[in-house]
Design a protein around this ligand. Sequence first.
Ligand code: LLP
Length: 427
Amino acid sequence: MSHFSYKNGALCAENVPLTEIARQFGSPTYVYSKAALVENFSAYANACRENQRDASTALVCYSVKSNSNIAVLDLLSKLGSGFDIVSGGELLRVIAAGGDPSKVIFSGVGKTHEEMKLALSHDILCFNVESTAELHRLNEVAGEMGKQAPVSLRVNPNVDAKTHPYISTGLKENKFGIAYDEALTAYRTAATLPHIRVAGIDCHIGSQLLDDAPLLEALDRLIELVDRLTQEGIVLHHIDIGGGIGITYDKDKPVAIGDYLGRLFAKIDKWRLHQYKGKPIQVMFEPGRSIVGNAGLLLTEVEYLKHGAAKNFAIVNAAMNDLMRPAMYEAWHGVQPVVQRVGEQKTYDIVGPVCESGDWLARERSLAIEQGDLLAIMSAGAYGMTMSSNYNTRGRAAEVMVDGDQVHLIRRRETPGELFALETLLP
Ligand code: LLP
């Protein structure tokens, strides 16, 4: 169910009218629903439970890059989530939020020496290694620290995720992972390195997948490799299938999480051959968008209406620096008036104040609006705030989390002075 709905003609987050949030915190403001977050995480947790998986046989590692606010991380951590991180900074966030480093997996193609050291010092669960060069560096760093680094190799299964090319990651031509044909050799190398402990295998083929068939195909390819490795005496503790399940932005109909996990666990159960210390292999997931995407919206105010010769524009106080997705991927986000008006609808492009023609949030939407009205840009909880910038010296939006009839400020708005506080004049 949606936790953003109209009550008496006014759009609410759970029980709080967005007009009230704008009055109290201003705009643009990201608004998240706690109930929606809990519900979305529970879809994964419940599916694991229904398939007789406990924490030792299934672990959900929320992908921090999708929304890294520490209040979000704290909530998910309390629900039992692990975390998928891609930088030392994200690890520090997880720790600041009270997350458990022993449930953290570290992905990404370019881990630095310092990041490896930081992660090793916190004894994270696993490094998802993406190249042989990275494997050697990790072995070296772990050696310097007198440790053994737990490792999973990110294998590129060469499966077409059938999604936007910018968010497709599992094809041969992508920069991610170790080529499928080279994976066995890389595992053999890993097994000989003294400061590496081979722990698992992972992949991530793309994001906003509506169908689970490519994910299940990727799983088949990983299973083949695990069998080959087992024959060679390299026994893996876990298999990590990455994130990727999409959400409804417009008319998209993503597969239900329960159905996807049901099919995935059925495949693992059928395979069963693989045991690690007498237990079925642990399955990991790295979902981001499907947990937080539809749990958030971006609240913005109409500054001006401009009725041009060819187009009508609603110029709002949020911009591409707040929500990059339309400019970057031509992504579609729903736009809803916060207070429904009766009156003539016109077709508008919703644009921001930034000096770029790419600065648009939505195109050709029929709306009855006036200057000063509030609009909600929907489905903005994932890759919204985390991809925002200070372009045009615009302070980043505030973030609030609604819980029933309570609103909590979880990040205050940046002030202009803070934006250049780290800069210095020449002597
Ligand atoms: N694991 C890895 C290794 C990833 O690279 C990603 C996302 C995820 C997990 C989480 O995937 P999700 O469940 O959220 O689909 N900025 C783009 C999306 C980029 C996704 C990058 N990788 C967007 O706004 O659509």
